[in-house]
Design a protein around this ligand. Structure first.
Ligand code: NCD
Length: 310
């Protein structure tokens, strides 16, 4: 199967069968990872550059490892030490990377739309590794992969996404992806954490944590986005944990075993208690492993697309 678009910008524009295809390909990649295969030829001769205008640990590193495990050349443009600091535009930076024969650029940028703009002006492929409050498609794909691995399906699953929905690109990408594959998504947070227009989506919206998690299969807690808050919209961190923090007491409300997820980095004791983070039913470390598998799959699918087109 060939993806419709040459770039991975978001799940809003992706078809359900494209998402399923990526999840299936990641399952194959995960098998290779489990066999400890870290020097494979799938991307031999391909060159990948990461361009991160915002901080990252897992996303950037997992793209790098995914590229290297599949045999590609991978370089990271350290934005803080590059000519970006001398005022170079995103377009000029993109053209420079293009002139060096790069096949894929992985970009994270604080402005929504920056990866799309780059993709429209770059002949290779662009992967959005998070653009402002817009989308983070590879995170949502790895989250969906983790759910599918645990429950064997996405269709019919109940997923509660808890916290600062308004500032969260992770919540948006998960909402689009999960609803396309038939999951029921509940968004829970204070009214001040809900984006305008959320009522027009397929999500159930509530500010009552008990209602959100009562019969849920998955709880996905979101990080408080301190860097994106213009002003405080809840009285204190303690207050936040009291109403929306997930700890063992709160989990007693759930009617069944529940999978705990968080995209990381976690503020321990805020979104999740330490005991919950480290519990057996927490998928946080599995999410990190699955992030490598999803990125291997995407890099492979995109480069094959180019060969198929040729
Ligand atoms: C997320 C991000 O950067 O959007 N983190 C990640 O990619 N693992 C979530 C976050 O930073 O809160």
């Amino acid at each position: 199967m060939i993806l419709k678009s040459k770039d991975i910008i978001g799940l809003y524009d992706m078809e359900a069968d494209e998402i399923s295809y990526i999840l299936d390909s990641a399952a194959t990649m995960k098998q290779l990872l489990l066999q400890n295969a870290k020097k494979m030829p799938h991307l031999q001769g391909k060159s990948i550059v990461s361009l991160f205008y915002e901080n990252s640990t897992r996303t950037r590193l997992s793209f790098e490892l995914a590229a290297k495990y599949l045999g590609a050349t991978f370089s990271n443009l350290g934005v803080s030490t590059s000519s970006v600091n001398k005022g170079e535009t995103l377009l000029d930076t993109g053209k420079t990377i293009e002139a060096m024969g790069t096949d894929i650029i992985v970009i994270r940028h604080p402005l929504a739309g920056a990866p799309k703009f780059l993709g429209d002006n770059f002949s290779g492929h662009v992967i959005n590794a998070g653009d402002g409050m817009h989308e983070h498609p590879t995170q949502a794909l790895l989250d969906m992969f983790t759910m599918k691995e645990k429950f064997g399906r996405i269709k019919g699953l109940s997923v509660a996404i808890i916290g600062d929905i308004s500032h969260s690109r992770v919540a948006r990408s998960n909402l689009w992806g999960l609803t396309k594959l038939g999951a029921k998504v509940t968004l829970c947070g204070m009214d001040t954490m809900m984006p305008p227009g959320i009522g027009q989506t397929d999500a159930i919206v509530t500010n009552d944590i008990k209602e959100a998690i009562r019969d849920t299969d998955v709880i996905m807690a979101l990080r408080i986005q301190k860097e994106r808050l213009e002003s405080e919209f809840f009285p204190s961190i303690r207050e936040y944990h009291k109403f929306f923090g997930i700890n063992e007491d709160v989990l007693k409300i759930c009617g069944k075993d529940v999978l705990i997820m968080h995209p990381g980095p976690v503020n321990r004791g805020v979104e999740l208690s330490s005991a919950v983070i480290d519990a057996d039913f927490s998928a946080i470390n599995t999410q990190v492993t699955n992030g490598v598998a999803i990125r291997m799959a995407l890099l492979y699918i995109l480069t094959r697309r180019k060969n198929d087109d040729a």
